[in-house]
Design a protein around this ligand. Structure first.
Ligand code: IVH
Length: 662
C-alpha cells in the first residue's frame, strides 16, 4: 500500500473503532457484533505493527498494554475536587433554597441530576488528548490511575468536535453497572473466590488494581458532570450547556437530568428519581441539586469543603427489619456449604424477601448471628438479599457452627485448606448433583429449555437422576410423574434433552462444571484438544502449560477428569456428541445476501469465502437475512434490505469481515 493509503486506512479504522466504542459504551446501542469489532481492531493493530511510525497515543490500540505498577503516583488536582453538602431531609433542602435565594436571585433555575454511587474521577485533557486520570482522594490529592482508565473503551482518549480548551480537568463519577457487577460476582462465585459486596466496592477495588491488564477485564463506566481547571478556552454559561458540550466532545454524560424552576419542581423530581431508581442499571443514592447558571454559581461561591450552589439530597437506605427463623446450609455444585438465614418474610425495595445469604462461617462468627435475632435486611447490588446489621440479639438461641455432616448426603464435610469454606466432597451428593444439573442445562452451557432448578431438584431427590448422564435415559413417562408435568411438557423436555447432545465441545466442557473452568477457559481447552477423547487423555503438565490456565485450575481439571472420565464416557455412549468447531467457522450460519457487482471477487469466490467461514449466501432478502453486501449498481435487494432492517455493509466491510482467510 502507498503511504497515503496506509495513513488513510489507519485514520478510517480509528474513526470506525471510536465510533463503535461510542455506540457500544456511551449510546448503549452497538451496531456491529463483537467479532466484527475485533476484526477492525486487529486490522488496525496489524497495520500499526507494520508501520509503528504512525502509532499515536490516541490510537484505540494504545488503550492496553500498560505494565503492572508497584504503586500509584499521587496526583494533585489543579482545582480541588470539592465534596457536596448532603441531607436526607426535605426541610433542609427548603432551607438551602431560601438561604441561597437571599444571596442571589435564581433566575435560570436549577438542574437536578442523579447522585451516582461510584468513585469521583478527574480526567485531564491537554490539547484534547487524555493525559491523566486521577481519583478524587482527599479532594486535593488523589491517585494517578491513568493506566487503569485508558483501557476502558467508554472513556475517550481524545476529545472530538469544537471549542476544546488547551487544558481542561473534567470531573465525573466512575462506576460499575449492576449487570456487570453481577457478571463479575457470578464468575468469582464460580471460581470459588470471595464475592464483592456491592458495585461501588468492586469499582474502587478495580481502580486500585496495580495491573491494568487485570482491571481492564472488568467494564467500568463513567458519567461526567463538572469542570475543574480550564486553560486556553472557555465554557458555556449553564450546567445544561456544559453537559451538552461534554456530549459533543464524545464524553459519556448522564442524560437523566431535569430542569427545575423552583422548590416545588425539585421536590417532585426527588420523588421521580426515587421511583425510577430501581429500573436503572447503575446505583444512585440520591439526587444532586445544582444552581444552573454559572454566573449565579460564581456569586454563591464555595466553602473550603463544598460549593454553596449545590446540595445532595439523599435517599433513605432501603432496608427493612425482620427476624431470623433458622439458619440453614446450602450445598453448591462444587460442594461448598453456605449458611443461609431463613427470615420472617418482609418487603425490601418492593420485593418480598424470606432468606438472605450469610456468605461463609467466618462471616457468621464475626456477626454472631443466631436464630431469633432481629436484623436489618437490604438488597445488595446483585439482588441477593443480605443482612446488614443485627438490631437486637435474641436472648436465647445458640451460636451457629459449621455442620459436621453434609445436610444433603450426610457424609462428613471438609474445610478448605487454609480457607473459609467447608465442602462436601462426595461427588454423588444429591445436592451437588442438583446444582450440577442446573448448571449443565444453563443458557451458557447446553441450554436445555425446561430444565430449571425445581425440575432438577425433583429429578435428583426422586432418584430419577443419580448421575449427569441419566438425563439421557429419561422417558416421557418418568417426567409425567413430576409435579405439574403433563404429556406435552414431558415430551418437550425429553426432546430438548435429546437435542442437547449435539453440542459444541467448549459448551460441553463448560457444562461439566469443573471448578474454575468458566466459558473462556472452556473455549481454550476445546481449541487445544479438539475432541472430548483428547481432553479426557490430557495430563497435568500439558494443561498447566496452556496460556491463561494456571496451576490451580489445571489441578482441578485433572482431578475432575480422574474421578469423572467414566461418567463422561457413559454420556458419550448415550449419544452425547460434543463437536469442535474451528475458529474459522466464525460466521457460524450467518445468512448473507450479495447484491451488485463486487470489485475484488467474482460471485463464486465471494460465496466460497463465506462458506469457508461457516456462513451461507442466500439469494433473496428476508427478515432472517443477517447481512447484505452492497456491490456496485445494487439491485432492488438493497431497498428490500433497508425495509427489512437488514444490516448493510460495503465490499470493504465484507473483506474486513472475512479477513485474511479469504
Ligand atoms: S457535583 C463541585 N454531581 O458525590 C461539584 N457530584 O458527595 C462536585 N457525585 O464528590 C460534585 N453524582 O463524587 C456532582 N451528579 C453529580 C454527582 C456527584 C455523584 C459524587 C461526587 C462528589 C460526591 C459528593
Amino acid at each position: 500500500m502507498k503511504i497515503e493509503n496506509v495513513k488513510e486506512r489507519i485514520k478510517e479504522l480509528r474513526q470506525k473503532i471510536r465510533k463503535h466504542n461510542r455506540l457500544y459504551y456511551i449510546a448503549g446501542s452497538p451496531k456491529i457484533s463483537d467479532r466484527e469489532y475485533d476484526r477492525l481492531y486487529r486490522k488496525l493493530k496489524e497495520i500499526e505493527e507494520e508501520r509503528p511510525e504512525y502509532i499515536t497515543a490516541d490510537s484505540p490500540t494504545q488503550r492496553v498494554g500498560g505494565k503492572p505498577l508497584n504503586e500509584f503516583k499521587n496526583y494533585t488536582h489543579t482545582v480541588p475536587m470539592l465534596s457536596l453538602d448532603n441531607t436526607y431531609s426535605r426541610d433542609e433542602i427548603v432551607d438551602w433554597e431560601k438561604k441561597i435565594s437571599k444571596k442571589v436571585e435564581i433566575e435560570e433555575g436549577f438542574i437536578v441530576e442523579e447522585k451516582l454511587d461510584g468513585i469521583g474521577l478527574s480526567l485531564v485533557f491537554r490539547s484534547g488528548n487524555l493525559d491523566i486520570a486521577a481519583t478524587r482522594g482527599d479532594g486535593y490529592t488523589g491517585d494517578e490511575i491513568t493506566a487503569n482508565i485508558k483501557p476502558q473503551r467508554g472513556i475517550p482518549l481524545k476529545l472530538s468536535g469544537r471549542n476544546i480548551p488547551g487544558l481542561i480537568e473534567i470531573r465525573g463519577e466512575v462506576f460499575i453497572r449492576k449487570s456487570e457487577f453481577k457478571r463479575i460476582n457470578e464468575r468469582r462465585r464460580f471460581e470459588g473466590k470471595k464475592t464483592f459486596a456491592n458495585p461501588r466496592n468492586t469499582c474502587a477495588g478495580t481502580l486500585k488494581l496495580l495491573d491494568p491488564e487485570k482491571s481492564s477485564k472488568r467494564q467500568l463506566n463513567a458519567y461526567f458532570y463538572a469542570v475543574g481547571a480550564v486553560k486556553d478556552g472557555s465554557l458555556p454559561s449553564s450546567q445544561e450547556d456544559i453537559l451538552e458540550r461534554f456530549t459533543g466532545w464524545g464524553l459519556p454524560v448522564n442524560k437523566n437530568y431535569r430542569h427545575c424552576r423552583d422548590i416545588g419542581e425539585i421536590k417532585e423530581s426527588y420523588e421521580y428519581f426515587k421511583e425510577k431508581r430501581e429500573d436503572l442499571d447503575y446505583e444512585i443514592d440520591g439526587i444532586v441539586i445544582k444552581v444552573s447558571s454559572r454566573k449565579e454559581q460564581n456569586i454563591l461561591g464555595s466553602t473550603a469543603k463544598s460549593p454553596r450552589w449545590a446540595i445532595a439530597y439523599k435517599f433513605e437506605a432501603e432496608g427493612n427489619i425482620s427476624v431470623v427463623k433458622e439458619i440453614k446450609f446450602n450445598v453448591s455444585r462444587t460442594g461448598k456449604i453456605t449458611p443461609v438465614a431463613k427470615l420472617e418474610p418482609v418487603k425490601v425495595g418492593g420485593v418480598e424477601i424470606s432468606s438472605a445469604t450469610l456468605y461463609n462461617f467466618d462471616y457468621v462468627r464475626e456477626m454472631g448471628i443466631k436464630p431469633g435475632d432481629r436484623v436489618e435486611v437490604k438488597r445488595g447490588g446483585d439482588v441477593i438479599p443480605k443482612i446488614t446489621s443485627i438490631v437486637k440479639h435474641s436472648s436465647s438461641g445458640e451460636p451457629v457452627r459449621p455442620p459436621d455432616k453434609c445436610p444433603s448426603c450426610g457424609l462428613l464435610i471438609q474445610q478448605d485448606p487454609g480457607g473459609v469454606y467447608y465442602r462436601c466432597v462426595n461427588i454423588n451428593c444429591p445436592a451437588q448433583l442438583m446444582s450440577s444439573l442446573v448448571h449443565y442445562a444453563g443458557a451458557d452451557a447446553l441450554d436445555i429449555d425446561g430444565l430449571g432448578e425445581s425440575v432438577a431438584r425433583q429429578l435428583t431427590e426422586g432418584k430419577y437422576v443419580k448421575k449427569l448422564g441419566d438425563i439421557y435415559e429419561l422417558t416421557k413417562d418418568d417426567l409425567m410423574e413430576l409435579e405439574l408435568f403433563g404429556e406435552k411438557r414431558s415430551k418437550n423436555l425429553v426432546k430438548a434433552i435429546g437435542n442437547s447432545g449435539d453440542c459444541r465441545l467448549d459448551k460441553f466442557i463448560y457444562a461439566l462444571g469443573i471448578r474454575q473452568v468458566g466459558t473462556h477457559a472452556a473455549e481454550i481447552l476445546a481449541e487445544k484438544y479438539e475432541s472430548i477423547e483428547n481432553f479426557l487423555d490430557a495430563g497435568y503438565k500439558e494443561i498447566e502449560e496452556i496460556d491463561e490456565i494456571g496451576p490451580v485450575t489445571a489441578e482441578f481439571i485433572i482431578k475432575y477428569i480422574k474421578s469423572n472420565a467414566g461418567l463422561i464416557r457413559d454420556m458419550l455412549s448415550k449419544g452425547v456428541k460434543p463437536a469442535y468447531r474451528r475458529s474459522k467457522d466464525f460466521l457460524g450460519g450467518v445468512k448473507i445476501v450479495i447484491t451488485g457487482k463486487l470489485e475484488k471477487f467474482t460471485r463464486k469466490e465471494a460465496t466460497d469465502a463465506v462458506k469457508k467461514m461457516g456462513g451461507r449466501t442466500v439469494s433473496s432478502v428476508s427478515p432472517k437475512t443477517d447481512i447484505l453486501v452492497r456491490g456496485e449498481n445494487p439491485g432492488s435487494k438493497l431497498q428490500q434490505a433497508w425495509d427489512k432492517r437488514v444490516k448493510i455493509i460495503s465490499e470493504e466491510d465484507f473483506i474486513n469481515m472475512i479477513g485474511e482467510n479469504s
